[in-house]
Design a protein around this ligand. Structure first.
Ligand SMILES: *[C@@H]1O[C@H](CO)[C@@H](O)[C@H](O)[C@H]1NC(C)=O
Ligand SMILES: *[C@@H]1O[C@H](CO)[C@@H](O)[C@H](O)[C@H]1NC(C)=O
Ligand SMILES: *[C@@H]1O[C@H](CO)[C@@H](O)[C@H](O)[C@H]1NC(C)=O
Length: 524
């Protein structure tokens, strides 16, 4: 009896130990990450000399690798962080920075570039003096305009709450409309992925494009710009439909339709956190962080790195580890990245926010392997917050999430600097120094752990009805998944048909968990 009690206490104590390590890391790293982020933004950032006002440099590193440019994607994600912090009342000092960003993007968006003009956008990066970068590059990258509009719409919604409609309509809306007309008109074209390597269709890009149109439609309605609503609504529906096609019945999201890799990629975890909408609960259609599809995907993604990085060896499967972009990665040595490791923790903290708010969590057959990490006897079902199973699982998930942050903490030098990568063999910093996106990822995961909820973008209650043809007592939905085989680089068309009972309604065909193996037929 005494022995049992002591063991229980020790177990609880070790959970506390992990949590206090993370608490301590957050209190020292938070101000350093904020300072590191702001140092990389012109005109007055201490490490971004030469960058014009509101221009975010990716990193001060100008050789091996040369990142002294401004990327539309990185800048938008950095500014989404800044705008969230300001509008959620976490940091009242950032308004001038936001105004500078708006000013810079209004100019950059109009700069003719190798991807084309404003209407053929998608240019990935520019020089830090706001001129076009004309060298060879993986272009276009069609996530940029979507991410920029997401950040600006978040800002616009806040300004509307301040009754500043004039600025929203006259200054923000023209930039937003350019970006969203581009998204609506071009989402169905191939794109380089967020790692600038694979030219195909990409889950992250599709997910953030979908979010951008939904948010844009809400804003358009709010300020009376209703002429765009019909076409954007049609394309948002098509995007949501296409998003489902990335689901792989092996239990994870295939990141890109091309590339010839396993498809396990931080792309998908980043998509989940950057489309988090707590109001949508654990919705699987939009791959919300706590949805069974996203949790199954998280487990598959994380476990892909356990054997490829020696710093992960010997770590228990229920504990956090270092993760990178994708297991086959060889760029700059192919090491773990801070921002990908922290993204895993953020998805888990986002999940805890929803479970705690809803007062329950669901275990499905798809998410069962994930939940088994924390409770080997848990079964499929719904667990209310009053149950011991809920407590066991949420405590376990929190500890697991903390393990990813603790891994980053362990490999952060004492000055708090976050580069792009840390060594897979000894954890030392590698590749670009002071990566702005690394700092942003630290700030957002710290906020998520503290329970900060980003504003809703309209993910709740969506259903998808595209591509439906009915036949008998089933509805069939056809997905054309253009996957590249690894053999000889020959493209091979895979045709999937999902059949679900028609009494459920066609939208159920798009809930990936219901289109699991038994319902999917594969041709080609
Ligand atoms: C509206 O917001 C903009 C951007 O921050 C600011 O420059 C302007 O002064 C605001 N206008 C009003 C009326 O508050
Ligand atoms: C375009 O959309 C169709 C229908 O969803 C899809 O099958 C196709 O793969 C998409 N192509 C690209 C490049 O997005
Ligand atoms: C769990 O599933 C039930 C029934 O499908 C649903 O009503 C509820 O919202 C779900 N709860 C969570 C936390 O996902």
């Amino acid at each position: 009896m005494l022995f049992t009690t002591l063991c229980g206490l020790l177990a609880v104590h070790s959970a506390w130990a992990q949590s206090s390590t993370v608490d301590a890391y957050i209190s020292t790293e938070s101000p350093l990450a904020k300072a590191g982020l702001l140092a990389n933004i012109g005109p007055s950032g201490s490490k971004s000399s030469g960058a014009l006002s509101g221009i975010v440099i990716a990193s001060p590193s100008n050789v091996n690798p040369d990142y002294l440019y401004t990327w539309t994607r990185d800048s938008a994600l950095v500014y989404q962080t800044i705008i969230d912090q300001y509008t959620l009342g976490l940091d009242s000092t950032l308004r001038g920075e936001i105004d500078n960003y708006v000013g810079a993007q209004a100019i950059i968006q109009q700069v003719s570039n190798p991807s084309g003009t404003i209407t053929t956008g998608g240019e990935p990066k520019f020089n830090i003096d706001e001129t076009a970068f004309t060298g060879a590059w993986g272009r276009p990258q069609r996530d940029g305009p979507a991410l920029r509009s997401n950040a600006l719409i978040t800002w616009a919604n806040y300004l509307l709450s301040e009754d500043n409609t004039t600025y929203v309509s006259n200054t923000l809306w023209p930039i937003i409309q350019n970006d969203l007309d581009y998204v609506a008109g071009n989402w169905n074209q191939t794109t380089f992925d967020l790692w600038e390597e694979v030219d195909s269709s990409s889950f992250f890009t599709t997910a953030v494009q979908h979010r951008s149109l939904r948010q844009g439609i809400q804003l358009a309605n709010a300020i009376g710009q209703t002429s765009v609503v019909s076409s954007w609504t049609t394309q948002a529906g098509n995007l949501l439909c296409f998003l489902q096609s990335f689901w792989n019945t092996a239990g994870f999201i295939t990141a890109n339709t091309g590339g010839g890799r396993s498809g396990k990629d931080a792309n998908t975890v980043l998509a989940s956190i950057h489309t988090f909408d707590a109001a949508a609960g654990c919705d699987a259609l939009t791959f919300q962080p706590c949805s069974d599809v996203a949790l199954s995907n998280l487990l598959t993604y994380v476990d892909a790195f356990r054997s490829v990085y020696s710093i992960n060896s010997g770590v228990a499967e229920s504990a956090g580890v270092a993760t990178g972009r994708y297991p086959e990665d060889s760029y700059q040595g192919g090491n773990p990245w801070y921002l990908t490791t922290l993204a895993v923790a953020e998805q888990l903290y986002d999940s805890l926010i929803v479970w705690n708010a809803q007062g329950s969590l669901n275990v499905t057959s798809l998410s069962l392997p994930f939940f088994h990490l924390f409770d080997s006897s848990v079964a499929v079902g719904t667990y209310a917050s009053s149950t011991s199973t809920f407590t066991t699982i949420t405590t376990g998930v929190e500890n697991y999430a903390d393990g990813f942050v603790a891994t980053v903490a362990k490999y952060t030098p004492s000055d708090g600097e976050l580069s792009e990568q840390y060594s897979k063999t000894d954890g030392s910093q590698l590749s670009a120094v002071d990566l702005t996106w690394s700092y942003a990822s630290a700030l957002t995961v710290f906020d998520a752990r503290a329970g900060v909820i980003p504003v809703s973008w309209g993910a709740k209650g969506l259903s998808s009805t595209c591509g439906i043809s009915t036949g008998g007592d089933t509805v069939a939905v056809t997905f054309n998944v253009d996957a590249t085989t690894v053999f000889g680089g020959i493209k091979h068309l895979h045709l999937w048909v999902c059949r679900c009972p028609s009494k459920l309604g066609p939208e159920y065909c798009f809930a990936p968990k219901l289109c699991g193996l038994p319902h999917m037929e594969h041709y080609g």
